[in-house]
Design a binder for this molecule. Structure first.
Ligand SMILES: [Zn+2]
Length: 120
């Protein structure tokens, strides 16, 4: 029996990921999305949520020459919470030997963000 890819579900729609095409460089990064539309949808959601959070936090930067570190922090917090949520979702969706890893990773990421950025 062939080994399954450890992350064999699309991170956006949870569909099974198609097998890698032979001939493409084997050392590429692992796939997260089943198709271009899913990658786009995930990107748009991250972008829109980040924009909303920046408005809520009042960190929209109107002086682009200043390094936008506050926005970078807000964005990274959002990405971490998004990754934690994705792990938690996968914890209910994937087979058991991977599910507990996903659940534990999601809890650990969420706890780290809660510990170091309380109230975000
Ligand atoms: Zn998909």
């Amino acid at each position: 029996m062939e080994k399954e890819h450890p992350m064999s579900l699309c991170a956006w729609c949870n569909a099974a990921l198609p097998p890698r095409l032979p001939g493409r460089a084997g050392g590429g990064h692992p796939r997260w999305y089943c198709r271009h539309a899913c990658r786009q949808a995930a990107y748009r959601e991250r972008r829109d949520r980040t924009a909303r959070l920046q408005v809520e936090l009042g960190t929209v930067d109107f002086a682009p020459r200043r390094p936008p570190t506050d926005q970078q922090i807000a964005l990274t917090i959002l990405e971490a919470r998004s990754a934690a949520a994705a792990f938690a979702r996968l914890g209910h969706a994937v087979r058991r030997d991977l599910a507990w890893r996903c659940s534990a990773a999601g809890q650990a990421v969420r706890k780290a963000v809660d510990d170091y950025f309380p109230g975000t």
